[in-house]
Ligand binder design. Structure first.
Ligand code: APR
Length: 307
């Protein structure tokens, strides 16, 4: 198993570190355009392996030949959000970056599974799909796992219970139009709607929607990366171990939920082949309307992408 992580910034480096610590690959390659940064961070991580008892070889590079024949490529290259900047402001710059990266990946790892993390997420996953011309099963994006992790962490604080006992589902684009589904949220098997009044659930949903911005405002010089990398590595692990996990991720829709030619957060089954199934849920009229609004927001971005 060989995994490449493109972008050795906060998200990429932390993702690589978690891959190494969990020993999810024999070989992990960290790539960035900045000279010395991927090499230095990778060397530092390699020097941690005797203590962490990991046999994952990690190296850093500025070129793609070292990434050849990767099984999984995680794309985190791009610019992060600054305070006051929406994910959409990043569009043009990050399309250019993700396009260039994807071309290199296709040339060196034509059979890889691509996990896209760069924002605006759904539009970047779309860019990677169109540029790579890979089957959609092998190109998907990290979104809903992070959004649900935030939602679950806030519910755990509110109810003073273990985060482990909370399962939840978020649909839609990764951004302010995401669609959390309280009626699919369970706390130890008990529906959340039986444990919290409507207005508290609403407040938690709103905090989740703005969860990325809350971190950006606190950090001031970058965006979230600890939870972001945890969520990404959960997807990597599901592929590596063929786990058949059912997780909310950004997947390419071809008729599902009534949408076409768009990436949107939906529950999918992840295994060694990538996206092995997309699950369609019965939605209420209100949920359908919220999902349609979210799809429109993603489509608006996709329409601006000239490839
Ligand atoms: N090829 C490789 N690396 C690149 C390229 C490129 N063409 N362009 C930029 N990079 C690198 C930068 O040099 C930087 O090291 O991508 C890295 C991005 O790291 P950070 O600025 O720390 O950003 P990070 O917080 O890691 O976020 C990366 O993930 O969650 C998303 O919104 C976030 O789009 C952003 C991405």
């Amino acid at each position: 198993m060989k995994i490449t992580v493109i972008g050795a910034g906060n998200v990429g480096a932390t993702t690589a570190q978690r891959i190494v610590d969990k020993e999810l690959a024999n070989e992990c390659v960290l790539v960035d355009i900045l000279e010395g940064i991927p090499q230095g961070k990778a060397l530092d991580m390699w020097e941690s392996t005797p203590v962490e008892a990991s046999d994952c070889r990690i190296s850093g590079t500025n070129t793609y030949k070292e990434t050849a024949k990767s099984d999984i490529v995680v794309i985190t290259a791009g610019l992060p959000r600054k305070p006051g900047m929406s994910r959409d402001d990043l569009l043009a710059k990050n399309v250019e970056i993700v396009k260039g990266v994807t071309e290199q990946v296709v040339e060196h790892s034509p059979n890889a599974i691509l996990i896209v993390v760069s924002n605006p997420l759904d539009a970047m996953a779309y860019t990677a799909l169109k540029v790579s011309k890979f089957p959609p099963q092998r190109v998907f994006g990290m979104a809903g796992i992070l959004d649900t992790a935030r939602y679950r962490s806030f519910i755990a604080l509110e109810l003073n219970v273990s985060t482990k006992d909370i399962s939840a589902l978020v649909l839609g684009g990764h951004g302010d139009t995401m669609v959390p589904l309280p009626r699919y949220t369970m706390v130890g098997g008990i529906p959340l709607t039986e444990l919290l009044p409507q207005e508290r659930i609403h407040a938690i949903v709103e905090r989740t929607r703005m969860g990325g911005g809350e971190i950006v405002n606190l950090l001031k010089t970058g965006s979230a990366y600890y939870a972001t990398s945890s969520a990404t590595v959960e997807m990597v692990e599901a592929v590596v171990k063929d786990k058949k996990r059912i997780l909310p991720c950004s997947a390419y829709l071809q008729g599902e939920y009534g949408f076409n030619n768009v990436y949107l957060g939906v529950p999918i089954k992840i295994g060694r082949k990538g996206v092995e199934q997309i699950f369609e849920l019965e939605l209420s009229d209100e949920e359908k309307a919220a999902l349609a609004k979210s799809a429109d927001a993603v489509k608006e971005l996709i329409d601006k992408i000239k490839l």
